[in-house]
Design a protein around this ligand. Structure first.
Ligand code: ATP
Ligand code: MG
Length: 409
């Protein structure tokens, strides 16, 4: 049997990037031989094994054929006769279809090295269209390598368009889609992921609510970039520049969905877009079975981002309600993430990227002010049950009034 490194490990070494996980392909072996060597099978019917010591994935060389709709619709054929070239041709991109032996000798039948040099994400073969997940994968690699100057090859974008129009994207499970989306959002240029999906017509299938933002104007005085879709991409870009966590990036992507619902006659104003957007945010959250923390933050940011921007003008009672809505006493971290998303929203405006955002510290100060209100003295005064809750609210409001006064001096 011969063993080769394949895929990302080869690609990233050639790019001079750190290699984190290594995938291996094994040519000329049977499953029985692998088991005899102590490899552990990953699934019962899949020719992939884990190394007894390193735990890395070793796959028997295989060919694949599409046999039906959706992800289940694949049959594969693994046998000792399958060659390395036959295994590599079933892969998505040429830069992912190179192999390297233990001497460092490269096998590159589909010219991945040339595409690395030319900074091109290019499909290996027409069989690319057999798996709709590849649309998301290519967009994700575009988001990862945009800083190196990579772009999607025009022919590949065309195949991605065909896949998007075929209805196959709908066959993806929420779990597989979310895995790609969440990884893509954490790349250096997540806005490129959305842009590429848009360029190939996949965005209007996967997230029509986001697609609908493009072409919708906002008032130039607050939003020099004007277009709501362009703004959303900039907010995402800022979130990545500021190394925000996934929940914040997800909230950034969805914060303005309500603007896509504004009747044209009201443009460029978007009255109550925060509230109108909530059902759309909920819809997208559910479509991809998004993790709870991301779901929650997206809804809160959708509902309250304008409060964040207007923080310094809010009445103490409104501030108190805002802090209450965030349950800031038990969930301080979530409020921090809200503040971060608001700040990214403000910075995601053309020419205003560097402008200070004093609202952030003001909101933090307000949260701290209410947190200093102690329960013990109220208990000692005999408050309990709902009355204790009311007393606590009164004291917190007092603290916020004092905070606001002191701040404006
Ligand atoms: P990463 O750095 O994100 O791990 P990777 O290229 O190693 O990138 P993996 O998902 O680990 O990506 O997959 C390993 C290899 O398997 C890929 O490089 C590619 O050759 C192949 N591959 C994975 N998923 C697909 C797919 N859906 N269609 C075709 N080939 C795929
Ligand atoms: Mg990998």
């Amino acid at each position: 049997m011969q063993i080769y490194k394949v895929g990302g490990a080869v690609r990233d070494r050639l790019l001079g990037k750190p290699v984190t996980d290594i995938d291996w392909v094994v040519v000329g072996a049977t499953a029985e031989e692998m088991l005899a060597k102590g490899f552990r099978p990953v699934g019962s019917d899949f020719p992939v094994f884990l190394h007894p010591k390193s735990g890395e994935e070793y796959a028997l060389a295989r060919t694949e054929r599409k046999s039906g709709r959706g992800y289940g619709g694949f049959t594969f054929h693994a046998s000792p006769e399958v060659t390395l070239e036959e295994d590599l041709i079933r892969r998505d991109l040429t830069i992912n279809a190179m192999a390297e032996d233990d001497q460092g000798v490269l096998t590159d039948p589909y010219h991945g090295q040339q595409d690395l040099e030319n900074r091109l994400l290019r499909h290996v073969s027409p069989a690319f269209t057999e798996d709709p997940l590849r649309v998301l994968r290519v967009a994700r690699f575009a988001a990862r390598y945009a800083g190196l100057g990579f772009r999607v090859a025009p022919d590949t974008l065309e195949l991605m368009r065909q896949l998007s129009e075929s209805g196959e994207l709908e066959a993806l499970t929420p779990e597989r889609s979310w895995k790609e989306i969440s990884r893509a959002l954490m790349e250096d240029h997540p806005q490129v992921f959305i842009q590429v999906l848009r360029d190939c017509g996949a965005l209007k299938v996967l997230m029509p609510e986001v697609e609908a933002l493009f072409g919708v104007p906002q008032p130039a005085a607050h939003h020099p970039e004007i277009d709501s879709g362009v703004h959303t991409l900039s907010v995402l870009e800022q979130a990545a520049l500021h190394k925000q966590p996934l929940s914040v990036r997800w909230a950034c992507l969805l914060h303005d969905l309500g603007k896509g619902l504004t009747p044209q006659s009201e443009w460029p104003q978007h009255i109550a877009h925060e509230h109108k957007g909530l059902k759309l945010i909920k819809q997208v959250n559910e479509r991809f079975k998004v993790p709870r923390d991301c779901q929650e933050l997206a809804l809160l940011v959708g509902q309250y981002h304008t409060h964040g921007h207007r923080a310094l003008e809010l009445k103490p009672s409104t501030l108190a309600e805002l802090l209450q809505s965030f349950d800031v006493y038990r969930r301080p971290q979530r409020f921090e993430e809200f503040i971060a998303a608001c700040e990214m929203d403000a910075r995601g405006r053309l020419g205003l990227e560097e402008r200070a955002y004093p609202q952030a510290d003001y909101l933090r100060g307000a949260a701290t002010a209410t947190r200093t209100v102690a329960v013990q003295p109220l208990l000692e005064q005999g408050f309990k049950g709902p009355e204790l809750g009311e007393a606590l609210k009164r004291e917190r409001l007092k603290a916020l009034k004092a905070y606001k006064e002191q701040y404006s001096q």
